[in-house]
Design a protein around this ligand. Structure first.
Ligand code: SAH
Ligand code: SF4
Ligand code: F3S
Length: 461
């Protein structure tokens, strides 16, 4: 069979990164191999995101550019999958007639048969149907991992929370957890491929196993993953504060491979706005969770997401958010301007915040957080950190880049063979702090003395 090339453009969150790899797994039996070169591809897939308006616009501008390529190569197949595909369905084909396939998030496992239909009959196909009862949620192996030393492993899909601003429950469906045996098998396969760190992903991993009756909740799953031989580090994302249990908090000091980092999106510091967002907790509830986390794991790094300009947000609400950010002292923060999404309840609220006001609030929040992050990073200067090496730094190829256990990016001068060092854990002394990264000097290979067999610890030395 002729070897063919597929180029996948992945937008959005880690779920999509994982899903793109799933697509490659499904396409491998049709003899499609991944290529980084778009103009050499026989098949181009866009794996799209709809979380904010900007993300959706990006899809249309990319599609606009692909028209030219399709004119030059009439046999080129263009497919659009992911969250915008699920949301728009047939409307996408009407807007961009050069698309051959539209496949929603539930049709990801059918991508190979859709491609075959286009190859055979030269007709357009749209599949935004639900997943069939006998279709697996995910398929394990083979892997196409390149680049970073961490690999995402999906442990659940969908979301039942219906935050009033969010499109995810509509485009990803109800929460469904993957069987623990599959997760463990996939993790073992990754280790065989030389991947030392896994990031367990889902929209709300704390709810893992609550519905599906696999007899295993999230802390129990973490324990099983922690027991896998050869694995060095475990991360997970994302956690919903309302479902963060004491057992999960207690897992941090107990499980030696679990890194001291949690991404715990708070969204707002105002109880009134949190209620309107349907988040299911108050500012005080959130503070208590942060306190418990820090009591249990004093060096834990806490990161978060915040939306400014949610409908009805007054200056006093925004000030409450600034207060919260100041008081918690997040290690880093993702900040977004509220964006109306199709069909979500918040879109129907009438008291929208003018864009200019949201913009000012975003700048004020950014400024506050940049100062906090820089201070936190500066506190690490002089310490020795265990860095898991991702590869050569993009900006200065003579340097290597990697991450501390608490997920900070560290660049350091490389005086050895980069190929050998990728995916190793090295000891680096931090000498300089910036607001988004750290710079250091290599001081040794492997673990710090007494760091324990599994490493993954990053206490200041
Ligand atoms: N499941 C995760 C996050 C999913 S989306 C969670 O519950 O935390 C990632 C982030 O995008 C959210 O945390 C939120 O801050 C932001 N976001 C989601 N919908 C948005 C919208 N309509 N406008 C602006 N930001 C949004
Ligand atoms: Fe969206 Fe809320 Fe679900 Fe996160 S928890 S994916 S913000 S609905
Ligand atoms: Fe975007 Fe879909 Fe993820 S909307 S953030 S790609 S679940």
């Amino acid at each position: 069979m002729k070897q063919k090339r597929v180029h996948i453009i992945t937008m959005g969150c880690q779920m999509n990164v994982y899903d793109s790899e799933q697509m490659l797994r499904h396409l491998a039996p049709l003899n499609y191999r991944p290529t980084a070169q778009q103009d050499r591809a026989d098949l181009i897939l866009l794996n799209t995101c709809s979380i904010r308006k900007k993300a959706e616009h990006k899809v249309y501008s990319l599609l606009g550019r692909l028209v030219r390529l399709k004119r030059l190569k009439p046999d080129l197949i263009i497919g659009v999958g992911g969250c915008v595909a699920q949301q728009e369905g047939y409307r996408l084909v009407e807007r961009a007639p050069h698309i051959d396939i539209v496949f929603g998030t539930f049709a990801r496992g059918r991508v190979a048969s859709l491609v075959q239909q286009v190859e055979g009959q030269k007709k357009r196909v749209v599949d935004i149907n639900p997943r069939g009862a006998s279709e697996p949620l995910c398929v394990t192996g083979p892997t196409f991992k390149t680049g970073r030393a961490t690999a995402f492993v999906t442990i659940m899909q969908g979301c039942d929370n219906f935050c009033t601003y969010c499109v995810v429950p509509y485009v990803r469906g109800r929460e469904i957890s993957r069987a623990p045996e599959e997760i463990l098998e996939e993790t073992r396969l990754l280790i065989e491929h030389g991947i030392p760190e896994v990031t367990l992903i889902g929209q709300n991993v704390n709810a893992y196993g609550k519905k599906n009756g696999h007899g295993c909740d999230f802390p129990a799953l973490l324990e099983k993953v922690n027991d896998i031989e050869g694995l060095r580090r475990i991360r997970f994302t994302t956690s919903h504060p309302k479902d963060l249990s004491d057992r999960l908090i207690e897992a941090f000091p107990r499980l030696d491979k679990l890194v001291p980092h949690i991404h715990l999106p708070v969204q707002s510091g105002s109880d009134r706005i949190l209620r309107r967002m349907n988040r299911g907790y108050t500012k005080d509830f959130y503070f208590k969770k942060v306190e418990k986390l820090r009591d249990m794991q004093p060096d834990i790094s806490i990161t978060s997401d915040i939306i400014v300009g949610f409908p009805g947000e007054q200056n006093t609400d925004f000030e409450a958010t600034l207060d919260l950010v100041q008081q918690v002292g997040f290690d880093s923060l993702f900040m977004f301007k509220y964006s109306d999404r199709p069909n979500v309840p918040a879109a129907k609220l009438s008291d929208k915040v003018p864009d200019a006001v949201s913009g000012e609030r975003l700048s004020a929040l950014l400024e506050l957080q940049n100062g906090v992050t820089l201070k936190k990073n500066e506190a690490l200067v002089g310490t020795i950190q265990e860095i898991l090496v991702d590869g050569p730094s993009k900006r200065s190829p003579d340097q290597l880049t990697g991450r501390t256990a608490c997920n900070r990016i560290v660049n350091f001068a490389n005086n050895g063979d980069s190929q050998v060092r990728v995916r190793q854990i090295l000891l680096v002394r931090i000498v300089k702090a910036f607001s988004h990264s750290l710079f250091g000097h290599l001081v040794g290979e492997g673990h710090r003395e007494h760091a324990g067999e599994n490493g993954g610890l990053s206490h200041a030395a």
